[in-house]
Design a protein around this ligand. Sequence first.
Ligand SMILES: CC(C)=CCC/C(C)=C/CC/C(C)=C/CC/C(C)=C/COP(=O)(O)OP(=O)(O)O
Length: 429
Amino acid sequence: MSVALLWVVSPNSQLSRYVGYVDSVRDGNRLIESSRFLYRDRSSMFSCRPKKGRKQKWNSCSLDTDFRHPCLGGINLPEISMVASTAGEMAVSSEEKVYNVVLKQAALVNRQLMSSGELDVKPDIVLPGTLSLLTEAYDRCGEVCAEYAKTFYLGTLLMTPERRRAIWAIYVWCRRTDELVDGPNASHITPTALDRWESRLEDLFQGRPFDMLDAALSDTVAKFPVDIQPFRDMIEGMRMDLKKSRYKTFDELYLYCYYVAGTVGLMSVPVMGIAPESLATTESVYNAALALGIANQLTNILRDVGEDARRGRVYLPQDELAQAGLSDEDILAGKVTEKWRNFMKNQIKRARMFFDEAEKGVTELSEASRWPVWASLLLYRQILDEIEANDYNNFTRRAYVSKVKKIAALPISYAKSLIRPSRKSLSKV
Ligand SMILES: CC(C)=CCC/C(C)=C/CC/C(C)=C/CC/C(C)=C/COP(=O)(O)OP(=O)(O)O
């Protein structure tokens, strides 16, 4: 298999990009490698071991040579997430699709930074008599947030008033979107209802909100450089949930996780803000935000395996289950076997890798946003430890983080939030 067939020259080819995941590499029965993540840049492939979290360069392979790492033995690239169609066209991996949204969102923020020098929050421009309506709309969003996500709400209180209320408006829209397929009326939801919700979204982005809660978001997207695409994509995730209850590969699952959770990361960063002194590229911070959404969703999936299976849903890659000698029946039977433990260990390892990726970006956020983000990251990450502590029984036991551990995470996350991004040197200003 020539690697040239599998290549896409990305708009920013300086960066190495995730292309897939190899669960194990065998030579006959001998396990040579396990759990490697594959990356590429323009002229070579990289692999990354989850444990070390460090990219290690494999032997370089140029565009026109066969891609065969000495360790890869029988593994061909089509077995990982990038596949070439029979016509020789490139089938773009989910990560590639999502990365394009990241680039678009980062470009929007960079344009605003270039035009105004910093991300100033635009002042309220409202018709006489409507300011109190807008305030009321935001207050209502705050109430919803306080009611359904108490810890998250407390975290938002650390932000500036403009940012805090904008985050509430985004949270409320996401919650309403989620409720369409997960709420009390979920059984009546059709793709047409989701289409209507999407045209409401387009309207509110054009300054024509349908109701009070939409009005708050309409105001937010007028004031912060938030792109509509992640919002559209979240609705796409709900469509996917309506018609799909199995995921063939991790690539398919990755796309779902992006739709329902990675999007939240992309929506939030323009509001949370990147520290003015940060040297990180906008794009890398968005990538970290995306990784946090994916990590959270993967954790959520691993925690809720039993509950989801009883609702007829298995959000675990079918090919990886089969490779581990497991099937849907094993999940429904709910017996913790050695095979299940090994399978879960690999899934947890992968989720932790996404958390590691996310951690790199938190320090680059604006000062007031770092504490709540660290706190939520550490708390959600601990759910993975709890699954281990439950001896991988996620069929009948729900992994949860105790109040004591939650409280203990607060000072730790506060201490982490004090770490400043590397400052711009004076010569660069
Ligand atoms: C890391 C950087 C640079 C920025 C942070 C960007 C953010 C805020 C990312 C977070 C994205 C996020 C909160 C995604 C939602 C993920 C998720 C699985 C939420 C679970 O929601 P519920 O289903 O209500 O959870 P529980 O069931 O645990 O209550």
